[in-house]
Design a protein. Sequence first.
Length: 100
Amino acid sequence: MITLAHYLTLAALLFSIGVVGVVLRRNALIILMSIELMLNAVNLTFLSFAYYRQQLSGQVLVFFVIALAAAEATVGLAILVAIFKKQGTVDVDELRFLRG
């Protein structure tokens, strides 16, 4: 039988992988993917609690997080394409023109 602890452990593992990806990687595309992985871990947590408490509120929150993730991916990828056209790279260490 799969319990709530199994889902929460999986969510914590996914979130940890996402944090490691954001901290250690220098490629902006990998950083965006890691942020998406962290948002999906939060979605799994919301859905797990919603299922085990038999409430709809967690599923509503997941809907809003998915909408936020879609908007973040759209804007983030558009910015990355513009940066790649100007600089020729998406390595965050090489992006010097963004400094004020």
